[in-house]
Design a binder for this molecule. Structure first.
Ligand code: SAM
Length: 258
């Protein structure tokens, strides 16, 4: 049997204009679409009318579709469709389980190809004028998930180590554990007045920016009611913000998960 190809496509962070040309071409011609919560609504309109659509994200108050079910949907679609787009927010290989899906598909003999996307960790700060690296504000940046429980039994993110080894941090899924993360970073040696920022719903309608010192960050986020999806930036780069270079967020919405 000839199997269809699954394209693991990055949808970008929300502004539909940040979609790559390759992603646009594939969306406009695919005959099956499998998509997540953090995908801009406007992109779903690009697919042809005959395209079969499957939502596998998390709806408010519900659990996500389990990963094995998503994997099974993709393999099953490859058996009867020619061009399947697996659309994921941001970049599919950055905290998006794209690697797991690619391995699963390849393991089942399904042709699979990745189409990188613009990641939220760079774009959301950029839409506020914050560069994630800067020659005079340090020479390293770490993309890190804040999702893992800090006191879980198996070793997770070494926040204290990161405080010592990375000039800047870009934290995905970090709001839930923000207080603990900040405490760990301070315990690891970062000064309380280290600049930090939170960008909620970066690049789209509803974008919000909060700038605070690391010591005050969690209280300020709580007081001002910032919510997911948000990117947290910690480090001197926050002070390199050039407000006037920030683009206008797109008048677009994406489904808000969690
Ligand atoms: C499962 S991760 C997926 C990351 C995605 N693959 C990427 O490259 O951007 C989801 C997290 O990305 C971040 N995120 C995604 N889109 C965002 C946006 N428009 N603004 C702020 N944060 C965003 C949030 O931290 C969110 O909890």
């Amino acid at each position: 049997m000839t199997l269809g190809t699954v394209y693991l496509v990055g949808a970008g962070p929300g502004d539909p204009e940040l979609l790559t040309l390759k992603a646009h071409r594939l969306l406009s011609s695919c005959d099956a679409l499998v998509y997540d919560s953090l995908v801009p609504k406007a992109l779903l309109d690009l697919v042809p009318e005959h395209c079969e659509r499957h939502f596998v994200g998390k709806r408010r108050g519900h659990h996500s579709v389990p990963q094995p079910s998503t994997n099974a949907v993709l393999v099953e679609l490859a058996q009867r469709r020619r061009c399947i787009v697996r659309l994921k927010g941001g970049d599919p290989f950055l905290f998006g389980r794209g690697g797991e899906e690619a391995a699963h598909l390849a393991g089942h003999g399904v042709p699979v190809e990745v189409v990188p996307g613009v990641t939220a960790g760079i774009a959301a700060p950029a839409y506020c004028g914050i560069p994630v690296t800067h020659r005079s504000a340090g020479s390293s940046v770490t993309f890190v998930t804040g999702h893992e429980e800090i006191d879980k039994a198996r070793p997770g993110v070494d926040w204290r180590g990161l405080a010592r080894s990375s000039d800047g941090l870009v934290i995905y899924m970090g709001l839930h554990n923000l207080r603990r993360i900040a405490e760990e970073l301070l315990a690891g040696g970062l000064a309380g007045d280290t600049p930090a920022a939170v960008v909620q719903q970066g690049t789209v309608h509803g974008q919000r920016l909060l700038v605070a010192s690391l010591a005050e960050l969690a209280d300020r986020v709580e007081a001002e009611g910032l919510a997911s999806p948000s990117i947290v930036v910690v480090g001197e780069v926050v002070n390199q913000r050039v407000e006037s270079c920030a683009p206008q967020p797109a008048d677009a919405e994406m489904p808000i998960p969690f």
